[in-house]
Structure formats: C-alpha cells, structure tokens
Design a protein around this ligand. Structure first.
Ligand code: FES
Length: 911
C-alpha cells in the first residue's frame, strides 16, 4: 500500500507533530507504537473499557475505535501531552484521594475527567459519573475517583510525610503513585527491546479435541516475516506447569490434545508488522473434536470424558473438615434449614490483558511481564524451558490488575521459548478475547448445606458439601477444595460440623485464584441460610449473627482456639446503620408499590496466607554510605498498596522517616522471595518480615552507639545520628566499609507464619491469623422488571491495626464493586462472553455509596497488630446484597448472578 502522510497534529509540550501512518490504523496503535505515547492503554480494542480514552479537539474518544485518518488535522491529547495547571491539580487530587490503584485505567479516566473539568470546574457527583461512564476501573470501586475529580480544582496540598516512627496509621499517599497519575507507569505491554519479534498464539477452537499439524515449514516459508513456528516438540524442559508442584499438569503448548477452548497449541514468531496481520485461521492444524463437559455436573457424571488418566471420575481432589456428629446434632435441633446454591464462572476482567517481553542478557533469560508471583514464575518457567533457576530472571512489570489470575503463568514460558529458539528479543500481548479464554476464572460451584439451631437461636450443627468446577487443569483447585471446608461455617460458633468439597475437572476454562479462593461462594450459601435460620428462630437477622459470633478462646471447626476475634465488633458497628436503614426501608415501602427497598447483612472471616503450608517472606533492608535506606521487597504491588504499606511498617520498625526509604524491586535478581501476592498475605507476612528486618537493623545500629532502644535515629547525607535527648552519637556512614550489596548496615529477615498440617478430619491450625468483617446492603428492587439497584453498602472490617486508612478504604470499595458484580451481573460463559460488552462488570454508575468502618482489634501475630484485608472485603458483599434482594422482593436467589429474569422467577416461586 502506498502510505500517504496524514496531517495528524498532536499537542505535545505545545508542539505540533506530523506523523505518517497507514490511514486505517487504529489511533491507539499509532499513538503507542509510532509516537511512543504509552499512557494510551489498550484493554479491549472494542471501545468497551475506555482505557485508551484520549481527547480529540477537546472531546473524549476511545482511540481504539478511530482510524487515524479520521482525526487528520485534529488536536489529539494524551495524558503525557497535556501540560496545564488543571492536570496537575487533578493528579494531586488522585494521589490525595487514593484514586489510582493498579493505575492501568488512570490515564483514560483522567482524560475523561479533564474534558469535564475544563467546562465544569466544580462538578457534582452525577456529572462525574456521566462523564466517566465509558471508562472501566476494576480495582477502585470508583468512589475515590469521583471524590478526586470533584475535589480537583480545590487544590490538594500534599501533607508532609510523617516523622520517624509515625508512618503506621497515617493516610500517606501511595509511594508509587506519581507514575500512575503521570502515565509513566510501565505495564506489560509498555516495554520491549528495540526490534523485538512479536509472538502470537494459535489456540484451540474446541473445548476438547485431538489435533495434528500439517507442514509447518511450508506454512512459515509462505509467510514473509515469520521467523519461527513452535510447538510442544520444541519445548526443551518438562512441558508441565502448575502452582502446586506435585500436581503440575498444564502444558505450555498442548501435546496433541487440547482440553479447553482457547488452549495454546503453537506459537508464531516474527517481525511485528508481518505477524500482526497474519490470519492464524490458515495455520496448518487439523482438529478432531471429542466429547466434552463444561459444568461440574457434566464433569462428574458417569461416562463423562476423562480429562486426566490418573484422576478417576474427573476428581482432582477432595477437602474435608469434621468435628462432632453433625447429622445427629441436626436431627436433635429445634430448627433446621437447608438449601442448594449455584454460582458460575466469574472472569477477573482486569483492564490489562497479559503482556510482556523477554530477552537474553548473556546466558540469562530475562522476562519482564505482569505477574503476582515472580519467584513462582521463575521456578516454573525454568522447569518448562529446561534451565536452572538462576538462568531465568523475572522482572515484574506493573500489573494492571490481577485479583488472582496473574498468579498462574501466562506469557512467561511462551516468551522464554520464543527467545531461546530465535535468539532474539520477543514480546507478546494477549488480545482481550485471548485473555478471557486463556486466563483462570473463579470456580463455578454447586453447594448444599443444612444448618440447625436450638430454641434460643444458637447454632447447633452444619453440614456442607460443595462441588467446584476446576476446569481443565489443576491450578488452584486444591487450594479451593481445602480452604472452603475450613471457612464454610462463617465466623460463627458451630459445635458439630461436617464440611466436604470436591474439585471436578471439566473442559471449561481453568479455574484458579480469584479473591477468596472459593470462600465467597461458600459465604453465599451459609449467609443466605443464616437468614432462613434467623427467621425460623424468630430473631432479627443481625441479632442472630451477633448471638452466634465467634469469641476469643472459642474453637473454629478445625479445632483451632481463636484469639483476637473481631467479628462481634464488626457486627456491633453495623447496629445503628441496621436500625436506621430498616426504618428508612419501611417508610419507603409504605409509599412505593413497584420499587421496594430491602436490607441485608452478611459476615466474613478469612485465614491470611496459605492453608496449613509453609508460607515465608524475606525482606532485606540496607543503609547506603550516602545515608539512604533501601527496602528490598519482592512483593508485587498489583494495586493493593503493598509498596506503601510495607514501607510504612519497615520505617517505623527501623525508626526512620519514610521519606528516607527507597524501594527496590520486585525483581528476582534484586529482591529476596516475598512469595506471591495472594491470600491477603502481603501486609501480614511480608509486613511482619519487614518489621523483623527493621528491628534487627535498628538493634545493629544502636549497638554501635551508647544508646538504648528509645533512641531516635536521624539520617543525613553520609551521617547517621542517634540521640535520646541527652546523649548523642554520630556514625559517619561514608567512612564505613560497605558489604557486597553496597550497604554499611543491613539486615535480612524471614517470617513464616506458624501453622500446622490438618489431619484427616481437617483438624489443626490452618492459619496463624484471620481477618473479620461484616457488611450491610441497602437495595431497591423493581418488582415488575426484576432489576436491582444497590443504593448503599456499609462495611465494617477488623484490620487489627490500620496501616494506611486511605488504602484500606480503597480495598473495601474495590472489593465491594467485585462482590456486587458477582451478585448481580457477572457470569462468564465460555465461547460466548469473551469480551467486555457481553461480559459486564460494574461501571461507575453501578456503584453505590460505600460507608467504610475500620476496626482495630490487634492480632498478636500480625505486624504491629495488623491483619490482611484484600480478600475479606469481597466475601460478604454478594450474600448481603442477595439477602437484601430477598428482603425487598421475597426472591430467594439460589443461582447467581441475580439477573432480572432470575429475580422474577424467584419471586414467582415464593408467591
Ligand atoms: Fe482502575 Fe486498576 S486502578 S483498573
């Protein structure tokens, strides 16, 4: 094609730039790939997510939908090209309000906000919601974004960073926030070495099929620009990966048989411009479809196609926790309720599809990609590629959301294979549909339970069984099967208990980790039945939960004696809101016929860290001769805030100002192993390692002085000063001999939470500490349409110790948004909803007001008393909403999500 210059002018630092491009190319690609304006993020290439929002002549547009010729002669603004005071104010407001978490949506959100603020400097919330309605955020729950935009022109002044020893508990701004609001953050697709080859994946179009290849050499030769075609025959190591090593079963490239729709079977590697345009439907592969199953019932049925020869009946694993004689206790109970509940696949729907780049540095393979688990990636990738671990270096890029799915390998072994085979740098980016096909999902579930109570309303016993659809490969199925029976009672004293679970293979997408590891599904079952039981006992629903809430010194169903149990405090914190909301609902309903208001409540508890398994984190802290503190922390911050929270803990433990700290990593070459970002473990476990390292380093420093632990440490240029107010000691750092890492003082400490293995009845100490919470939903249900609107969520969570209240609130609001999606709208249907217009997640207009109540009941095991929070905040949301829907309409929802037709059907069933 004869490419003509197009007069496309971009305002970049006041300069008009003329670019040359294929007239039909997407504006987003031109801006990113030709002009290097990487703040323009690509989340879907379909105008669904809004991450690529730019301003064209001052109006917001999705750049992925616009052929570049269409904006010829226009002024196009991206985040990095705007230079005005208004943007600075907006950035300050985003930092102050904690409005950016992972930050992948932030440039698009800010461009849309700029459009509004230029015409309406002081918008009201409804105007912000209208203007930002086209940009999705999966992390924040939008509330802090709304607050930030409304406050932008008020001019936030950054509060000074706290003094030494005062960082914990302060709402300091995210330490890594500046890059997020400037658009400079480097996500998986934002970096690749010059002239890197592009890698694309050939995927199975069938749920289950055998396949064979034609002449791959001929096909490659017929496609100029193709450098290599790779199949499982090219995998040099053990072609099996999985997060649980002894159950690793997923091939990087399938070997003659594909077990799920979208499974990778081959790679095409070559020059980017040629490979981008390749029609992979011409790839020489012949398919022979096989019988397949998609639901857990189909997978478990006799005669179902078997996924793995060594797993009869498609059973991956079973879980069990038993104490007492639950069946007998139920038979003797004054009241017994029971039910069956079903949930479907739920997609993580992070805005950043999986992406990364890889290259050789000498004989070391370097992979820079989005991930939640760098050391696990290093181990698994090295195994697949047949390399010793030290020959693989993982540098996590910024992750544009993860929520559990980026714990599993995605691009890493494929990039590594392409680099090893071609000897050239390579890059790859999953399309939205590839991401949704190939990434893990929340386990679909079928759960049955019965719960009894005595005449006074005290719980007597519970039986529970859950089948969880783990999809084609193991992934985190064993974790879900183990964790669910431990938690299925909820945070209530249950003297007799029999809970079992089963992870069932199907040809559905691989189910993995998704914020809660099956506990959110179990909470739906238990909390909806507790409403039934409260009603049977004639008790108020909140009072019933308060009566049965676990207390200090009581035993969990696993036989663990619990300490510092925060659930009573959480329920008590809701009481006044419950009374107010109930009165308001009654008043509303007295005057409204079609729309009815209802309230619901649900609780949660959640063990932080691995279940009954070792789970260590290691932190290194060093002091440089120049007087800076370097915190080597390998925990990936996927938006939850660990970069800031762990630094706050380290600063206070060491006794220095947080401004003295520089972050290092994560990077497997630079940071010790902090484990994976999962199971609400980083604040607890890595935070505790940081506290230990800080304390050890402080003691080492003070030993060089004549002062005790009360001394105050101050760092200056090359000088450390310690004083107790009377005596003073100086250490000239520049004069000390640095160690191999360049530090004149250093400490490296590991923390592994004390747990014990569970016996055959699930008895033991599965977790060293738990977090607790309770949420209350207020909803309106249209009785004619079956639609539900959540108008307010009140969330009380016990954090043990609040490290950073703004970040904690952000976690709560974001978790509630995902819980709302689980309750009301999200259902992934393989083969049908592999995009963000058929798979719907909450938009800014769906989010209710959120009232967060932060409770501090310190846990003796937590760092400075702190507990984890990330998963807890999602667990009670869906059952609280569903209980409110029932309160408003009478509809007892037993299959999620509560789509309007299901609400109407459930109303008919109860009438
Ligand atoms: Fe919005 Fe992560 S902060 S998607």
């Amino acid at each position: 094609m004869n490419i003509q210059p197009i007069p496309l002018f971009l305002t970049v630092a006041g300069e008009k730039r003329l670019v040359t491009s294929d007239p039909g190319r997407r504006l987003s690609e031109v801006l990113r790939e030709e002009m290097g304006l990487k703040s323009v993020k690509v989340g879907c290439d379909a105008g669904d997510c809004g991450a690529c929002t730019v301003l064209v002549d001052g109006a917001q547009h999705c750049a992925c939908l616009i052929p570049v010729a269409q904006v010829a002669g226009c002024t196009v603004e991206t985040l990095e090209s705007v230079e005005d005071d208004l943007l600075c104010s907006l950035q300050e407001a985003f930092l102050e309000h904690g409005a950016a978490q992972c930050g992948i949506c932030t440039p698009g959100i800010m461009m849309a906000a700029l459009e509004l603020l230029r015409g309406t400097p002081q918008p009201v919330a409804a105007q912000v919601e209208d203007t930002l309605g086209g940009v999705l955020c999966r992390c924040t729950g939008y509330r802090k974004i709304i607050s930030a935009v409304m406050a932008a022109t008020a001019g936030a002044t950054p509060a000074p960073l706290p003094d030494a020893g005062e960082a914990v508990g302060r709402p300091i701004r995210r330490l890594d926030g500046q890059a997020k609001v400037s658009g400079a953050e480097v996500f998986g697709a934002d970096f690749a070495p010059q002239d890197a080859l592009l890698v694309r994946v050939v995927r199975s179009p069938h749920f289950h099929a055998t396949f064979s290849f034609g002449d791959l050499d001929d096909w490659a030769a017929a496609h100029p620009g193709a450098v290599a075609v790779l199949t499982s025959d090219d995998v040099p190591g053990e072609n099996r990966f999985g997060v649980i090593p002894h159950l690793a079963d997923q091939p990087a490239l399938a070997e003659g048989r594909a077990r799920f729709l979208g499974e990778a079977v081959a790679l095409v590697v070559g020059q980017a411009d040629a490979i981008e345009r390749l029609d992979l439907s011409t790839f020489p592969v012949t398919w022979a479809p096989l019988d397949h199953s998609v639901t857990q019932a189909e997978g478990a049925a006799s005669g179902a196609a078997q996924l793995h020869a060594d797993r009869p009946d498609n059973t991956l694993i079973c879980g069990r926790v038993v104490t007492g004689d639950a069946e007998t206790a139920l038979a003797r109970s004054a009241h017994v309720v029971s039910g069956r509940f079903q949930t479907g696949y739920v997609e993580h729907a992070y805005i950043e599809p999986e992406a990364g780049a890889a290259w050789l540095d000498g004989d070391q393979l370097v992979i820079q990609a989005c991930t939640q688990a760098p050391v696990m990636d290093q181990e698994e990738t090295a195994k697949v590629l047949g390399l010793p671990m030290e020959r693989v270096r993982i540098i996590p890029s910024a992750a544009g959301g993860g929520f559990g799915a980026k714990l599993d390998l995605s691009v890493q072994p494929l990039l590594g294979l392409a680099v090893l085979k071609t000897g050239q740098p390579c890059r790859m980016v999953f399309s939205r549909s590839e991401s949704m096909q190939a990434s893990t999902k929340r386990h679909p579930s079928t759960m049955e339970a019965a719960i009894g109570a005595d005449e006074t309303g005290r719980i007597t016993a519970m039986t529970f069984h859950g089948d969880f659809n783990t999809g084609a490969y193991a992934s985190w199925g064993p974790t879900v099967a183990t964790r669910v029976p431990v938690h299925a009672s909820g945070p209530y004293l249950t003297p007799a208990y029999a809970a079992t679970s089963r992870a069932v293979h199907t040809n559905g997408p691989v189910s993995g980790a998704f914020r809660g590891f099956g506990v959110p599904q179990a909470a739906i079952c238990q909390e909806m039945l507790y409403d039934d039981l409260a009603s049977a006992c004639g008790l108020d629903r909140l009072a019933f939960r308060r009566l049965n809430a676990l207390k200090d010194g009581e035993k969990s169903p696993s036989g663990q004696v619990l300490v510092s149990v925060g659930i009573e405090a959480c329920l008590d914190a809701l009481k006044s809101h419950w009374d107010r909301a109930g009165a308001e609902a009654r008043a509303f309903n007295a005057t409204s016929d079609t729309v009815k208001r209802g309230i619901g409540v649900a609780s949660c508890w959640y063990g932080c860290g691995n279940t009954a398994l070792p789970n260590p984190s290691t932190i290194r802290i060093g002091i440089t001769p120049e007087g800076r503190v370097r915190l080597h922390q390998g925990a990936t911050d996927i938006g939850q805030g660990s970069n800031t929270v762990i630094a706050q803990l380290a600063a206070d433990a060491l006794g220095v100002a947080i401004a003295d700290i520089d972050l290092v990593g994560p990077d497997t070459a630079l940071t010790p192993d902090c484990g994976k970002t999962s199971a609400s473990r980083q604040t607890f476990i890595t935070g505790k390692a940081a506290v230990k390292a800080g304390e050890v380093l402080r003691a080492a420093i003070l030993r060089q002085t004549n002062l005790d632990d009360r001394a105050r440490i101050t760092l200056g240029a090359g000088l450390l000063t310690a004083t107790d107010g009377i005596n003073r000691s100086e250490i000239h750092l520049a004069g000390l001999e640095p160690d191999a890492n360049g530090y004149v003082f250093a400490a490296e400490e590991t923390y592994d939470p004390p747990t014990s293995a569970l016996d055959g009845d699930g008895q033991g100490i599965p977790y060293a500490l738990y977090g607790y919470g309770a949420q209350m939903a207020e909803v309106e249900v249209d009785l004619k349409l079956g639609t539900t609107r959540v108008i307010r969520m009140t969330a009380a969570h016990d954090l043990g110790r609040v490290i950073n209240p703004v970040l904690a609130e952000g976690q709560i609001e974001g978790g509630i948004a995902q819980g709302l999606g689980l309750a009301l709208m999200e259902e992934f249907i393989p083969g049908r909803t592999e995009n963000l217009h058929d798979y719907l997640i909450p938009t800014i207009g769906d989010m209710p007001e959120v009232v967060s109540i932060l409770i501090e009941k310190p846990d003796p095991e937590g760092p400075m008393g702190a507990r984890g929070l990330g998963e807890h905040v999602l667990i009670p949301t869906a059952p609280a909403i569903l209980n409110a829907v029932r309160d408003a309409s009478g509809a007892r929802i037993t299959r999620l999500p509560a789509l309007p037709h299901r609400v109407l059907a459930a109303m008919r069933d109860t009438s």
